[in-house]
Design a protein around this ligand. Structure first.
Ligand SMILES: [Zn+2]
Length: 411
């Protein structure tokens, strides 16, 4: 049994910490360095705001510095798969779009290539932002939320630039649908859906309830349905053999294109389902901490869905060129309604996320009270020991250890 000194419970103004770890009289330098070198933490050692549902272990140090986050790239933790999967996806699409640009005979800034350029911008922003968000999300509870606000804004931008590519390369001709004859209307609606995704996701993340994940997936689903509308309508209601006065779409007669579309739909729905259901970790908590959890499937499915969408665009671009339809296709294309508007949508989405970030109320009480607790416990310890002999231990504890036990239960 420890003495009262050893197992002292310490009360700060509104927080109670169990300091049996820090106040242990026999703490040695080796214990200290072990703590300092510790890279992975259990769920119980993490503040509530840095935990993931059903993930029990493999967490990085809470309140990591940017450098500690960066170093986590080289050891296995429960964010490794998320960071690396989208880092590699970013590199993959950088090469993919680069090769597509190289094979174009005309200038990259030729109107026909502008939707492709906007699509490259949205895709690379999505995967690079996701990777960075996962890499630096352990810096604080507030930072964790803000990282994912950026992630949501990048998803929103991606839905918009995908809509641009689908509209300009895959929309059906002669449908008599106003939405397909009037690019400004389609792009305005696509932009509004994009803002709705950022707003809905940030809103549900800032004010968490048990339906948050599902509510977050819904605006993204609506924006995705709208972004694929040109292809869906073309494939289902038109024919590629129609006369110039009736509905015509390449997708209606291209089995290859429809095959990619079905795979794109399957991957997107699976990604949404995995994200919302938190399966399989919901059934086996702790079993899929490092690999195989729902977020990992989400990342893989999203990357595959993007690849299939890219293939659809690629096929349509080839078709339009081969059929000498590029002029008709790009009659409405300008740098304003492609690159400029994509950048504008990015800034508006950034504005929405920054507004949520500014008004975010995250209880960082653990961190603040913990700092206060360390200071006060040092004073107590100095008094009780009455010597400077153990100050080194105190410094060690101050810099690296945190109260053991259930972190969340104490705030
Ligand atoms: Zn993610």
């Amino acid at each position: 049994m420890g003495s009262t000194k050893r197992n002292n419970n310490f009360n700060t103004s509104n927080t109670t910490f169990h300091n049996n770890d820090i106040m242990k009289d026999g703490a040695s330098r080796s214990d200290c360095s072990t703590q300092k070198d510790k890279l992975l933490f259990e769920e119980g050692e993490m503040p509530k705001g840095l935990r993931e549902p059903f993930i029990r272990s493999g967490y990085r140090r809470a309140y990591s510095t940017p450098w500690q986050c960066f170093k986590s790239l080289v050891y296995l933790n429960n964010e490794s798969f998320n960071v690396w999967s989208h880092l590699l996806t970013t590199c993959y699409f950088l090469v993919r779009f680069g090769m597509a640009a190289l094979t174009q005979s005309n200038s990259l800034l030729d109107p026909f290539n502008l939707p492709l350029l906007a699509s490259a911008f949205g895709t690379l922003m999505l995967y690079s932002t996701s990777s960075v968000a996962h890499l630096f999300n352990s810096m604080s509870e507030r930072g964790y939320k803000i990282c994912f606000f950026f992630d949501y804004a990048a998803v929103s931008l991606y839905t918009f630039t995908s809509s641009q590519a689908m509209f300009f390369y895959a929309r059906p001709m002669n449908t008599q649908w106003v939405i397909f004859e009037w690019p400004s209307l389609y792009l305005l609606l696509a932009a509004l859906f994009s803002f709705l995704v950022t707003y809905g996701c940030c809103k549900t993340d800032a004010a968490v309830n048990k339906f948050s994940t599902l509510l977050r997936a819904l605006p993204a689903l609506v924006a995705w349905v709208f972004s694929t509308l040109p292809f869906t309508v073309g494939a289902t209601l038109c024919s590629c053999h129609a006369t110039s006065m009736s509905c015509r779409a390449f997708s209606a007669c291209s089995n290859e294109s429809i095959g990619y579309y079905l795979r794109h739909v399957f991957c997107t729905i699976l990604a949404g389902f995995m994200y919302s259901s938190r399966l399989p970790e919901r059934l086996f908590p702790g079993r899929f901490d490092l690999i195989g959890n729902s977020h990992h499937f989400l990342h893989l499915c999203a990357a595959l869905a993007t690849e299939y969408a890219f293939k659809i665009v690629e096929l349509n671009v080839s078709y339009l060129k081969n059929e000498n339809l590029s002029e008709e296709t790009t009659a409405y294309v300008s740098i304003i309604n492609t690159i400029v508007v994509a950048i504008l949508v990015m800034f508006i989405n950034a504005g929405i996320l920054l507004w949520f970030a500014k008004n975010l109320r995250v209880k960082e009480s653990v961190y603040k009270n913990y700092t206060k607790y360390i200071k006060e416990s040092n004073v107590l310890r100095r008094r009780s020991l009455g010597s400077s002999r153990n100050l080194q231990e105190i410094d060690c504890a101050t810099s690296v250890t945190r109260p053991k036990g259930d972190f969340a239960a104490d705030y």
